[in-house]
Design a protein around this ligand. Structure first.
Ligand code: ATP
Length: 440
């Protein structure tokens, strides 16, 4: 396994991911996606949408507004409880997320525990701490021309509530049979105390969430099935190695306030084994709260039995950036070719920003360039994600394409002009074969 710095540096060097607002000195906890990064990210998101929404008969998509009525966050419990423990070092005045100071500490960590464990400040090494305080992570904003309490609103800290608030609209408009799911992809914002580890923990990120509505007595069965589907998606669609993925049953005291069972699916990142995504049994917590707060009936009426009840919910929740970081971790490879160190991204073909790179062997031979353009046009029309490269020498081009994960490089040389064959070079084996242009 490589270290994180190698991945960060490749991502910057090759146009995948940059520091947010870099020209102005950056903006903590934000990252920007360059041409290759956005391509990889979108492919991951498209695969997800295809797998969970388009291919299934029982899950439908929604796309809700990011700024929601603040009552949403009162009802969901976020205003009261969506907080992390914050602690300040009284010597150097740095602030830290208290439960991250040491592995032995839980999210419910107290000031006494920190003192007893004699935890040292990671910045100045002293152990003179202030009290642990709860810090609400929602980003506040004001809507409209006034900035008072009445105009206060929040950027959503999770996409889930945009689904719950549309549950009634959906059952009243498209009448889905239970069990059914609603899926959403989109931005979420959390004012993390210490964003860290590249795109693993950021203040602005993207989530892909499903709320799966079931009859209360069947939740265990659906939880099991959805967990299996999550693995199927991660391993067989995204192509993450099975041995790098681990299920972690979350202890009751560590579960979110809404959950009666949570399994974190963790991944072996360069920073260690950490949460990639979670699947939670949210009971009827959210719909009950919405019913209470809105006075609207959230019951589902079963057409066959005539019974009315509030469905229970299983939620598979994916973070796009954490999934992308897992894909990059699994793909990052260093090997040696003819005694030279090589870096490559062994991305699955369907996720690689480019499937093919087309280039003329020599840039200064117009007949090769012209023929290469012809081949490029054919492939581009067929596969879209095809790139052109005539910079430097052929060795340098291969290096670059290896680093951005392009599975095949197609080279047009003098033989091509005679017999319409091209060289196709494989990223992983570096082997070359000659094939007819029509076979590409
Ligand atoms: P953590 O314990 O790591 O803070 P969480 O349990 O609070 O995460 P959830 O609220 O369950 O996370 O959010 C669902 C998913 O959203 C996570 O599994 C993760 O993939 C993603 N996610 C959450 N917070 C962040 C963040 N700050 N940056 C990037 N992705 C995030």
């Amino acid at each position: 396994m490589t270290n994180l710095d190698n991945i960060v540096s490749l991502c910057k060097r090759r146009g995948f991911i940059f520091n947010g607002s870099e020209v102005y000195g950056g903006m903590a906890g934000t990252w920007d996606f360059g041409p290759l990064g956005v391509s990889l990210k979108r492919k991951i998101m498209q695969e997800w949408w295809h797998y969970w929404v388009e291919k299934r008969p029982d899950i439908y998509g929604v796309d809700a507004a990011i700024i929601m009525n603040p009552k949403t966050w009162e009802a969901s419990g976020h205003t009261a409880t969506f907080s992390d423990p914050l602690i300040e070092c009284k010597e150097c005045h740095q602030r830290f997320r208290a439960d991250h100071l040491d592995e032995s500490l839980s999210e419910k960590v107290t000031t006494e525990e920190i003192t007893e464990a004699d935890i040292k400040c990671p910045n100045c090494g002293k152990s003179n701490w202030g009290d642990v305080k709860q810090f609400n992570m929602m980003f506040a904003t004001h809507v409209g021309a006034t900035t008072d309490d009445k105009s206060l609103a929040y950027l959503r800290p999770e996409t889930a509530q945009g689904i719950f608030t549309n549950y009634k609209n959906v059952i009243d408009s498209i009448y889905p049979d239970l069990p059914f799911g609603l899926a959403q992809q989109g931005k979420a914002f959390r004012n993390e105390i210490s964003p860290r580890d590249f795109i693993f923990r950021t203040r602005e990120f993207e989530q892909m969430e499903i709320e799966y509505f079931v009859t209360p007595d069947t939740w265990k069965k659906h939880f099991k099935e959805l967990l299996k589907d999550c693995h199927d998606f991660l391993e067989n669609v995204i192509g993450l190695p099975r041995e790098m993925i681990h299920d972690e049953e979350v202890a009751p005291e560590d579960r979110a306030h809404y959950s009666d069972r949570t399994i974190d699916i963790e991944f072996d990142y360069p920073i260690g084994r950490e949460e990639l995504m979670g699947i939670a049994y949210r009971t009827d917590f959210d719909l009950q709260n919405i019913q209470r707060a809105s006075s609207k009936n959230m019951e589902y009426r079963d057409k066959n039995t005539g019974q009315s009840f509030i469905p229970h919910v299983i939620e598979p929740s994916f973070g796009v950036e954490r999934l992308m970081m897992a894909v990059l971790t699994a793909a990052y490879t260093e090997d040696e070719i003819d005694g030279n160190k090589r870096v490559l991204l062994k991305l699955p073909e369907h996720l690689a920003p480019y499937r093919f790179c087309v280039s003329p062997l020599l840039k200064n031979k117009p007949e090769l360039v012209e023929k290469a353009k012809e081949v490029y046009d054919i492939l581009k029309a067929k596969y879209h994600n095809v790139t052109w490269d005539d910079s430097g020498n052929i060795g340098k081009r291969y290096r670059k394409q290896d680093e951005i994960g392009t599975p095949k490089c197609v080279v047009i040389d003098f033989d091509t002009l005679n017999n319409n064959t091209v060289t196709v070079r494989d990223r992983d084996t570096t082997e070359q074969e000659r094939i007819e242009i029509t076979e590409l």
